[in-house]
Write a protein that binds this ligand. Structure first.
Ligand code: DC
Length: 219
């Protein structure tokens, strides 16, 4: 079974490309950020502060997250959270959840359980470095903060969420800092990752580039 990891900062386009690749290759798809986002939703819903680590761990252990590649619907413990899970508020809290070592440890095994079927496209921050160090192909997708803020702005507007571009740039810069500088599983390319800068590339171009790399490792 082949494993392709796609790591990179938010807004780099790895989600769009990852879903596309999973469909083309008929692979399973793991959007690992959703797991951190799901813990954030449950914490807020149950009024649990992030310093209450025992209860946050319990949430991570017990939650049931279902994701459908066909219609992009996401269900958390049976509730449709497709819209809520990608909002800015949840982005901010999930970035804090991602700093909790014990939560990362619980999510480690959950992420490995996505390894089934023909193969896996694993999208996140530490897929190639920590969760699937044995991956067949590791891609690190990046883009300038400017390009990522524009993309995120467009995405949020499309969903009816109005956030100013300036606030988004600030929030992206601050999340980049906390994702890259945190002690455990920081956002860094694996030493054997291929780095792709998508700032001036279309989804199609990035997808083709990855397929080309994938074809060369296929045997
Ligand atoms: O990819 P995303 O924006 O949906 O991720 C939400 C948060 O979770 C983000 O702050 C980074 C963090 N994250 C992480 O630390 N490790 C992962 N493998 C995936 C996401």
């Amino acid at each position: 079974m082949k494993i392709v990891t796609l790591d990179g900062p938010s807004g780099s386009g790895k989600g769009t490309v990852g879903r596309l690749l999973a469909r083309i290759l008929n692979f399973n798809y793991l959007d690992s950020g959703l797991l951190y986002r799901a813990v954030a939703i449950q914490a807020i819903k149950n009024d649990i502060v992030l310093t209450d680590v025992n209860n946050i761990e319990e949430i991570a252990r017990c939650m049931n997250l279902e994701f459908s590649l066909e219609d992009n619907k996401i269900f958390l413990n049976g509730f449709d959270v497709s819209n809520l899970i990608r909002t800015e508020d949840i982005s901010i809290v999930s970035s804090k959840v991602a700093q909790l070592k014990s939560v990362r440890a619980i999510l480690h095994d959950i992420q490995r359980s996505y390894l089934k079927g023909n193969g896996l496209i694993a999208d996140g921050r530490d897929m190639g470095t920590v969760i699937f160090p044995d991956a067949d192909l590791k891609i690190f997708i990046t883009a300038s903060q400017e390009a990522r803020a524009y993309r995120r702005h467009k995405e949020l507007l499309g969903r009816g969420e109005s956030v100013s571009l300036r606030d988004l740039k600030r929030s992206i810069a601050s999340r980049d800092r906390s994702d890259s500088e945190r002690k455990i599983s920081p956002l860094v390319p694996a030493v054997d990752a291929i780095i792709i800068d998508t700032s001036h590339k279309t989804v199609e171009e990035v997808k083709n580039e990855i397929i080309k790399h994938y074809s060369s490792i296929k045997e």
